[in-house]
Design a protein around this ligand. Sequence first.
Ligand SMILES: C[S@@+](CC[C@H](N)C(=O)[O-])C[C@H]1O[C@@H](n2cnc3c(N)ncnc32)[C@H](O)[C@@H]1O
Length: 245
Amino acid sequence: MPDAIFADPRLATLYDTFDGPRDDIPLYVAIADELGARRVLDVGCGTGEPAVALAAGREVVGVDPAEASLDIARGKSTDVTWLCGSADVVPAQLPEFRADLAVMTGNVAQVFLTDEDWHRTLGAIHDALRPGGHLAFETRRPEARAWERWSQAPAVTRDVPGVGTVTGQLTVTDVDLPLVSFRHMYRFPDGTTLASDSTLRFRDHDEITTSLHSAGFDVTDVRDAPDRPGMEYVFVTQRADIPEP
Ligand SMILES: C[S@@+](CC[C@H](N)C(=O)[O-])C[C@H]1O[C@@H](n2cnc3c(N)ncnc32)[C@H](O)[C@@H]1O
């Protein structure tokens, strides 16, 4: 069940405006270019900004369980195939589709709180890739302790197209590592206030590497996120069953 911030239509409408400029997306387009990827799977595509950027010259499938976010994504592009669900709906709904590259942008990897969910997701991505296909994703480095900055973040006011002036406030509600919980509160122009509660899991480098190996991926590179230096790992991995040339 995705968080209200992605699944409630009134909150999903705010996502792009409050997320701000997407300086993270060029990294994923560059990785797709570098790997010569023609078919891309975007897992947890949300409102679709990265998928739409990746779709220039490529076949892209975006999957996300939050229908309200997907509705926004559908309004941005008809070139992307948008699917509702987790990664495992891809082989079920598009049995012929085999991606050269799967991505998880926007720290989607952190929404999988249990080992079981994380392994199931990695397994489903593995199945949706061609042999030797790649998976690239980012995850916040626990040692950068992002939640300490979140707890000091001031309220933010933005003009949201079609909605008006909205004020958002982020509050950290619990730190019980590796889990960090927080609440987004938004006040709408009519005075309505809506809240969304989230929990993310902060996995360290070794835990991620071990989980990738057990899901059948080799780690080919771990990069820094150019837009958030020192804050995130960007894992570039490959299905271990690389075909003979
Ligand atoms: C922070 S948003 C990132 C959205 C998008 N990747 C981006 O960069 O704009 C996290 C996304 O993960 C999605 N999500 C939650 N649970 C998921 C699951 N089990 N499988 C795939 N995506 C999931 C949410 O619905 C949400 O759209």
